[in-house]
Write a protein that binds this ligand. Structure first.
Ligand code: DLL
Length: 436
């Protein structure tokens, strides 16, 4: 086996002891700066009588309250900045589907750190200076496009900043410019694979080798489907704009958990209901503290993402803590009759059946006092033309497996090929009519 490439061996392969020492030093300086320069943190710590100098261990960090999305909104637009605007050289923001978006600032050093951590996860995903990288994430306020762009450039790859959308053009570029690495959301990769098949673009006419996918939850089954249909190695990478953007964590080609850049972000897992910190290995909500960021340090930021942290001996040699593939967001999770459902659970089941496409939508409605779940699943042409009896039989089998997987009866409805919406960015899988 070839030696695994590592972008920054010193940072990514540290002993746990050295890493924890480094984290602590950086944490202390972050807390001091946040206390001195961000009114929100000063008021909060003063209110609780906490002196940042008292935080001497990782356990002490637990005394500090969480920072939430609401806190960022309350301090809109620049209230969370720890530097003056003069030092800020870039501004991004989160999508802000509800209320005001959250604004994120970067100093020149922050941009440098950002491109470093993205270079790490891209190298882990297989990117080298010989690659031609097609970035089909949106460029703009969303951090996906620019984030991956600067990481790939740092590695020295040839970057094509095509941005999102225009699927035919994406495929033309992919073929003509001999793209070797595709960067986008997994749902868009799936859609590209579909359009490739429709247009009879054979896999071997393309030079694609790897795909680095992220920005939304996706199941293992979805990975297998993308890999089989496109013939590439697909890895997952994770991040969020509030703490920086992509580059927080990413899989290596072992595809067994995401290496989290712990020298930049201290992770914790909490019980989302009680806020209690859970022991290593347990599943819960990921909380991140930035320890290198200058413009906007965040202390114990509640990501709302559900995952698990663990340590293992990854054959790639990285010693950074691992994060399991994110199963979903606490706010994407639908609670029906007290049962928690994540779209990825439904996705896993759908992939078990022949004749279905990976396009689906979960619709939750309220019928009187009763909540009902309907799952719309797009079928492919072969099933569509099948007789009614076969279709009914398929619906029954899907319903049975879904009931088994989520512990709840859902109505399954097959819909015609190409009728559900396709997404060029993040897919929206749930329509919750109860809130309307
Ligand atoms: O999605 C940053 C990003 C861009 C990550 C490109 C990876 C690649 P936001 O728009 O702020 O930032 O959305 C962040 O997306 O809290 C998760 O809920 C979700 N998310 C991001 N990556 C993954 C992933 C970017 N690999 C929110 N798996 C996060 C599951 C993900 N969910």
């Amino acid at each position: 086996m070839t030696r695994h490439r590592i972008w920054d061996e010193q940072a990514e392969c540290m002993t746990r002891e050295d890493l924890e020492q480094l984290q602590l030093e950086r944490l202390q300086s972050t807390l001091n700066r946040a206390y001195r320069n961000v009114k929100f943190y000063r008021n909060r710590l003063d209110g609780l009588g906490i002196d940042p100098a008292e935080v001497r261990t990782r356990e002490d960090l637990e005394k500090i309250p969480f920072t939430t999305k609401e806190d960022l909104r309350d301090n809109y637009p620049y209230g969370m900045f720890a530097v003056s605007l003069k030092e800020v050289v870039r501004i991004h923001s989160s999508t802000g589907t509800t209320g005001k978006p959250t604004v994120v600032g970067y100093t020149r050093n922050d941009l440098e750190s950002w491109s470093e951590v993205v270079a790490r996860i891209m190298t882990a995903g297989g990117v080298t200076s010989d690659d031609v990288v097609q970035i089909a994430f949106g460029y703009g306020l969303f951090t996906g496009g620019f984030g991956l762009h600067y990481g790939a450039e740092k590695i020295g790859a040839s970057v094509i900043p095509v941005s999102s959308g225009n699927t035919r053009k994406q495929l033309m570029i992919m073929e003509d410019y001999r793209t070797t690495v595709l960067v986008c959301t997994p749902s868009y990769a799936m859609f590209l694979a579909e359009v490739m098949e429709e247009n009879q673009i054979e896999r071997d006419r393309l030079s694609l080798r790897c795909g680095l996918f992220g920005a939304e939850p996706w199941s293992e089954k979805m990975r297998q489907e993308i890999e089989t249909r496109t013939g590439i190695i697909a890895t997952d990478n994770y991040g969020l704009s509030e703490v920086m953007g992509p580059g927080v964590a990413g899989e290596c080609q072992m595809k067994h958990g995401l290496h989290l850049n712990e020298d930049h972000f201290i992770p914790e897992i909490i019980d989302p209901d009680t806020g209690r910190v859970l022991p290593l290995g347990e599943s819960g909500e990921l909380v991140l503290t930035t320890v290198k960021r200058e413009a906007m340090p965040l202390i114990r930021y509640r990501t709302r993402d559900m995952t698990r942290l663990y340590l293992d001996d990854c054959p790639c040699g990285r010693t950074l803590i691992k994060m399991e593939k994110v199963s979903g967001r606490t706010d994407d999770m639908i609670i029906v009759k007290g049962v928690n459902i994540y779209p990825t659970q439904v996705e896993e089941v759908l992939f078990e059946f022949e004749g279905l496409t990976p396009h689906y939508q979960i619709v939750v409605s309220r019928d009187g006092a009763l909540d009902t779940v309907e799952i719309l699943v797009e079928v492919n042409e072969s099933i569509f033309f099948d007789e009614m009896r076969k279709q009914r039989d398929l619906v029954e089998r899907i319903s049975e497996n879904i009931r088994h997987a989520i512990g709840l009866a859902a109505r399954v409805k097959l819909v015609e090929p190409r009728t559900l919406e396709r997404f060029q960015g993040k897919a929206k899988r749930v329509v919750d009519k109860r809130q309307i």
